[in-house]
Design a protein around this ligand. Structure first.
Ligand SMILES: [Zn+2]
Ligand SMILES: [Zn+2]
Length: 139
């Protein structure tokens, strides 16, 4: 795992500083994580890291597209390591996120929604909001 993160940083022309590696490992372990979750996880590995450092690093990694921000209704945005464009199912109760992929057919049909608009579509991402398995089972 650790080595992959070093490689990702190298791809983006960044030095593998302990802070960056710690932060990216935390995000990779959790899949999608908000600043507090990244900080909590990072602090276990790197006890001197501050919330401000996590925030600063995450912001700069988003700016160069290494990290992707997933904006959520009612929850703090979560971050994930940028990969193929993909869609999410999002639990409105706990903010849990899971990746889903759209079929070509759905993408094709969705692209029809902007027919007649002068808009150059690049990626189609869909968030489906609802209640996750765990939250359905809590009173
Ligand atoms: Zn939930
Ligand atoms: Zn995702």
């Amino acid at each position: 795992m650790q080595k992959q993160i070093v490689d990702i940083l190298k791809e983006y022309g960044l030095k593998a500083t302990p802070q960056r590696v710690t932060i990216l490992s935390a995000i990779e372990r959790q899949g999608h994580a908000n600043i507090d979750e990244i900080y909590k996880d990072a602090k276990e590995k790197h006890s001197t890291i501050s919330l401000a450092t996590v925030y600063k690093n995450v912001t700069s990694l988003v700016a160069i597209d290494l990290l992707k921000e997933v904006a959520l209704n009612n929850f703090k945005p979560k971050y994930e390591i940028n990969k193929q464009p993909h869609s999410h199912i999002v639990c409105k109760k706990c903010g849990e996120i899971e990746d889903i992929s759209l079929t070509n057919e759905i993408e094709f049909d969705t692209a029809k929604l902007i027919e007649g608009k002068d808009f150059l579509a690049e990626d189609i991402e869909l968030n489906i909001y609802g209640v996750c398995h765990n939250c359905q089972n809590v009173g």
